[in-house]
Design a protein. Structure first.
Length: 339
């Protein structure tokens, strides 16, 4: 995450499905539950969600099937019209945009990648990647140059003339990512893009995705139901249940301090030592003696030091300066379980 300026600002957003949802919502009791709404014949796809996405941030939205994560992201791009609340993109209320303005916003600012690759089978890799530029009206030479550039970026150089049927699942997914990147979006929406891939290819695609994000610094909203994937990719994780956001926080805080019983159950199988880094345990007012540890190092990676070290307080560094010290016991409690 590079800065705190919100690119997406979502305030008190509701998306209701049913007959005259605006009228129903205006008359609905404030304490009405998800089940009560359903018993009234409505579905609350998104329930009173307020969330911001900062510039350069990767926000991962996760939850079980039917939790509302895909519905929320479709509200962000106004693929769904919201029932109540406001969504701003770069300070502009997208609910007030005309159809033409909305199309321009999507074409010029937003890239979307979905679980189904959606490739055109009769077009080559090059033609698939250049397709959105063709729809934008760019000339053939310009769109070919841009397509070749992003094809190289995603590691498919040499396969420009292949057809989708000649590619593996992971390669097809790369074509989908390249096609999305071709328009140079500021905001990138990815809806479970790797879930159809086998575990090995999925891991490779996560590595590739992290590499691309390091290079490009996009603002990304990434949907997954895989908590390990979320922990690996996210700056922050938003966990949804029944259309509402149960907790939105950094991965280490989600694991260390779950806000609800639902989040706790979601995270109880996760190995905390793999997720929590030294800086999370650092007391900024404390000082330790001797060699410091990297604040970004996981407790798991510091296991040998924590077990063998005799210091009560271990200095923690941000790579340039000491930012505080962590209690060795706190690290051991995370590593071995509190006694």
């Amino acid at each position: 995450m590079t800065e705190a300026t919100p690119v997406i600002n979502c305030r008190n957003v509701w998306k209701m499905f049913g007959n005259e949802p605006e009228k129903y919502l205006s008359q609905m009791p404030k304490d009405h539950t998800f089940e009560a709404i359903r018993n009234d014949g409505y579905i609350a796809g998104v329930r009173d969600v307020s969330i911001e996405v900062a510039r350069g941030e990767m926000l991962v939205i996760m939850g079980l099937s039917g939790s509302g994560k895909s519905t929320l992201v479709r509200c962000f791009s106004r693929l769904h019209e919201i029932t109540a609340g406001t969504i701003e993109v770069d300070g502009v209320d997208i609910g007030k945009l005309s159809e033409k303005e909305l199309i321009e916003l999507r074409r010029n600012k937003m890239g979307m990648v979905f679980q189904s690759f959606g490739l055109l089978p009769h077009r080559t890799v090059l033609e698939n990647v250049a397709f959105p530029l063709e729809m934008r009206g760019q000339d053939k030479i310009t769109r070919r140059e841009r397509a070749l550039e992003v094809i190289k970026l995603v590691g498919l150089e040499g396969r420009e003339d292949y057809f989708p049927r000649e590619l593996s699942g992971g390669q097809q997914q790369r074509v989908g990512i390249a096609r999305s990147l071709a328009i140079e979006p500021d905001i990138w929406f990815l809806d479970e893009p790797f879930s159809a891939l086998d575990p090995l290819i999925r891991r490779e695609m996560q590595d590739e995705f992290l590499r691309l994000q390091e290079m490009l610094g996009k603002t990304i909203v990434f949907i997954t139901h895989d908590f390990d994937e979320a922990l690996r990719l996210a700056d922050r994780i938003a966990i949804m249940k029944d259309g509402a956001v149960e907790q939105c926080d950094t991965p280490d805080q989600i694991v260390l301090n779950p806000a609800t019983e639902y989040v706790r159950k979601f995270t109880e199988e996760i190995e905390k030592a793999r997720v929590i880094n030294a800086h999370v345990l650092a007391d900024t007012s404390a000082k330790g003696e001797g060699e410091s540890v990297d604040g970004n190092a996981s407790i798991q990676s510091l296991a040998r030091l924590l077990i063998n070290d005799k210091r009560d307080m271990i200095p923690v560094s941000d790579g340039e300066a000491i930012i505080g010290a962590m209690k060795r016991k706190d690290g051991l409690d995370i590593l071995l379980g509190a006694s």
